[in-house]
Design a protein around this ligand. Structure first.
Ligand SMILES: [Mn+2]
Length: 327
């Protein structure tokens, strides 16, 4: 048994006629891959399931079977009353689920399944394992515990989550366990080439141009690089939300002589969205925590609200300088 809560979670699913599964705000490969994998397994068990998301689904993930059935919802008005159970995946806080700053918890039973170290365990049942690379990897262990057959489509969804959250197996938390799971998923029908093609060789031209802007504005100082995009430039570039994550993943952790990289974007008036990526094993979650954010050792994020662009950027740089000297 991988998780002691596996049987309880399975019995909750079996006794709930109608189940909701979430994708978090600004969903990534792990969020969508995990939600779709969970939905497929619930259907196999005989449950009725609906997958919901507060944001649009990124076009590069539409290749996943079932992605076109995800329903975009507004949590301020969403009616939970006709559902019996809410499966919340890959989300460390309820505001990550809803995309809203404050919102009431759903009035139905909820099960949180996640791998974020900073998970607030806000469900009625919480299965949080921060040792695994991704929610996809966690679900693989859970499905083994349940003794369900993992179909080719389910395997493809899980491997998409694992590949997305490990930067295609690059990060330091990837060892033989994750690679064995990936191999097993490929054996079960996951298509690694299709996943890599869709995630990394299917980039909009305007996004590539946006990377150029980030790189052009990148600065280096003792121990780290950073790049900050103010709102007018972000608007000029088409407010392409996913470019920030991609640029953080691809370019923040690569510069020789640095411990980590920071990407900052003013996504709306006085709201700075910040991504940290570690190059060397330096714990960027500590820097993120300093400014009210969270995440993992290798990848973390934060949002600074209510400060003008330059002041917000200075806050981030102050935290980064403090930690780079101390650690
Ligand atoms: Mn994840």
């Amino acid at each position: 048994m991988n998780y002691k809560d596996s049987p309880i979670i399975l019995s909750e699913i079996k006794k709930a006629p109608k189940i909701l599964v979430n994708c978090h705000r600004g969903p990534d490969s792990d969020s969508i891959g995990s939600a779709l994998a969970m939905a497929k397994v619930i259907q196999k068990i005989g449950g009725q399931v609906t997958v919901i998301c507060p944001s649009d689904i990124p076009s590069d993930l539409m290749f996943l079977p079932g992605a076109d059935e995800i329903i975009r919802v507004n949590y301020t008005s969403f009616d939970f009353s006709s559902y019996d159970l809410f499966m919340i995946l890959d989300s460390s806080t309820y505001s990550m689920v809803t995309g809203l700053k404050d919102s009431d918890k759903p009035g139905i039973r909820s099960i949180v399944i996640d791998h974020h170290f900073s998970n607030e365990k806000f469900g009625d049942i919480n299965l949080v394992d921060s040792e695994v690379t991704s929610t996809g990897e966690l679900l693989y262990g859970l499905f083994l515990d349940w003794d369900v057959t993992i179909s080719g489509d389910t395997a493809n969804c899980l491997l998409t989550g694992i590949i997305g959250d490990t930067g295609t197996f690059q990060y330091q938390n990837v060892g033989e366990k994750t690679l064995r799971i990936a191999a097993d998923l490929i054996e079960k029908g996951a298509n690694k080439d299709e996943i890599v093609f869709n995630l990394y060789r299917n980039i909009e031209f305007r996004e590539v141009k946006m990377w150029g802007k980030f790189i052009e504005r990148m600065m280096i100082e003792d121990g780290f690089v950073w790049s900050a995009i103010p709102l007018p430039i972000y608007r000029d570039l088409g407010e392409y939300t996913y470019a920030k994550e991609d640029v953080a993943n691809f370019f923040a952790p690569i510069v020789k002589g640095t411990e980590f990289g920071i990407v900052m974007v003013e996504v709306s008036e006085n709201v700075l969205s910040v991504s940290f990526r570690s190059r060397t094993g330096f714990d960027v979650a500590k820097v993120a925590a300093e400014i009210g954010g969270g995440g993992h050792k290798a990848a973390a994020g934060a949002r600074i609200e209510g400060l003008p662009f330059q002041e917000a950027v200075n806050e981030v740089l102050k935290a980064a300088r403090k930690h780079v000297q101390k650690d």
